[in-house]
Design a protein around this ligand. Sequence first.
Ligand code: PLP
Length: 451
Amino acid sequence: MDTKVLLGEKQIPTHWYNVIPDLPGSLAPVLHPVTLKPVTPQDLAPLFPQPLVEQEVSTERWVPIPEPVREIYRLWRPTPLFRARRLEQALGTPARIYYKYEGVSPAGSHKPNSAVPQAYYNKLAGIRRLATETGAGQWGSSLALACRLFGLECTVYMVKVSFEQKPYRKSMMQLWGANVFASPSRETNAGRAALAADPASPGSLGLAISEAVEDAAAHDDTHYALGSVLNHVILHQTVVGLEAKEQLRATGDYPDVVIASHGGGSNFAGLTFPFLADRAAGKRVRLVACEPASCPTLTKGVYAFDYGDTAKMAPVVKMYTLGHDFMPPGIHAGGLRYHGASPLVSQLLAAGQIEARAFMQTPCFEAAVTFARTEGIVPAPESSHAIRGALEEAQRAKEEGRERVILFGLSGHGQLDMTAYDAYLSGRLEDFAYPEENIRASLARLPKVDF
Ligand SMILES: *Cc1c(COP(=O)(O)O)cnc(C)c1O
């Protein structure tokens, strides 16, 4: 059998898969952050163009991918599916391990899959500029690229700890023409307030979101773009899982378990949701989300209504949350430091349709190094959580002496994350225990709502 399964450009999906009609139960309402009443499309108009607002609540199972978006997808899609033979041999496992590799995109991760359609729909709506936040810089660079391709300006608020740890991602955004600020910044009221409270604040994704939302709301020609969490982002990312299903079909294998890392949920959902429909049809596939133990949203959070951002400007949604003002430690998987989770992923977790696991960063880097030394590719620290999850499944298959087919998402490469690998290889990587007190304190400040 071949080492990788490649599809032709004609096999780029023509439609995204929308999980909403297949959810167990109906969607919880999205609430206005001030009134705590359900938002109307008009409430969202200052932030998003009409087609994206419609995608948030669409009940169509298949949503056509606009041709100009597929045209840009052709620059790197379809992405390869690999059989990890060398990794299997090194582990001595009877499991067959496959991984879907999104690191071949220009930004080096899955994130352009949503950045491109978001820029496209905003361009159609006559918007001039997009404002956004970024953690590790993966989303910011993806949106910078997408804006460049559609002739839009791009402003990025980058979480300060990552701005300092990952200067090359900032350079990448600037290379594609974006304007980048370390968050908290002096550009917005939310940023200035955070700096007044703590001039040394490392920032958080929740706070950077507040800055970007404030910027977009204050300018008529500017919209906001979010790189994960929202239903339309999840929808766009399903190209990953749809391709992976097609590719696996060619191998004759079907996964027993599909594993992906989880920050806000779009990476996990993009790979796994196309397999959910098969569960309804009786397949026994397990779907496992892997997250950092220091930001354990799915495994230690509560399923409740909460604000999407620190300054309470973003809508209130029902999701697993650690509290909107939870400040996770500055771990290297910057893309997984979000206090909340996608409402769709949350609803499926609460209904027992998916599973979640949390890992410390040292075992994740250990798994990443094992992977790099066998398969060659240097994984993003975010992706290493999925590798850890896959290794544990492979180990279990070995102990039980059972064949098992494992598919995991290698969401990005780590070639701009060498500071993190340096820390690991020189023994300077710290593991952060789950900060139970901080979480309890944050959870005490959830909004009180009547839904
Ligand atoms: C952002 C990111 C993730 C997490 O994606 P979410 O959609 O926020 O869950 C995983 N891997 C890589 C490489 C990323 O850049």
